[in-house]
Design a protein around this ligand. Sequence first.
Ligand SMILES: [Zn+2]
Length: 178
Amino acid sequence: MASAFGHAASAFGLGKLFPQKIIPAKVYVLGIISAILPDIDVIAYKFGIGQYGESIWGHRGFTHSFFAALLWMIILLLVFHRKEVNKLIIGSYYFLTTASHGLLDAMTTGGDGIAFFAPFSSERLFLPFRVIQVSPLGIKNFFSEWGIEVLKSEMLWIGMPCLAMIGLGHFLNKSIYR
Ligand SMILES: [Zn+2]
């Protein structure tokens, strides 16, 4: 995975691209949770529920797929936004934040590929562009030299694009969205 910080930052940056009137703090919080949630497959594995390796129930399997992002979006809309008029916009934010997790993982330097098309295909894929230092799985390991390398690489490859999204979002909200 990219680190939880990296995933959270990308959800925050993505949110800024949307009309801020429609994306209140509650939606940001759910978006950030959505961006971290796919790694629940690691916890499941620790509890002996998931599987290891390249099965679609292994790490970076089904929970990292576009289909899972779609299902999760529907669940959030049903639970939190039943009466919302801007379901389409809020839903796309949830879909993007959840799917961004797998996309960032697919740019990391290590680990298994991502089963983007699970459950329809179990093929594990990376993006052609693998620049983000892969993050250790445990908290203990994170506060180490490895963790520092991860943060440095995420600062560049996630932090900078996030700043760009925040800037662009600011412009869109000031000048384009009415
Ligand atoms: Zn992941």
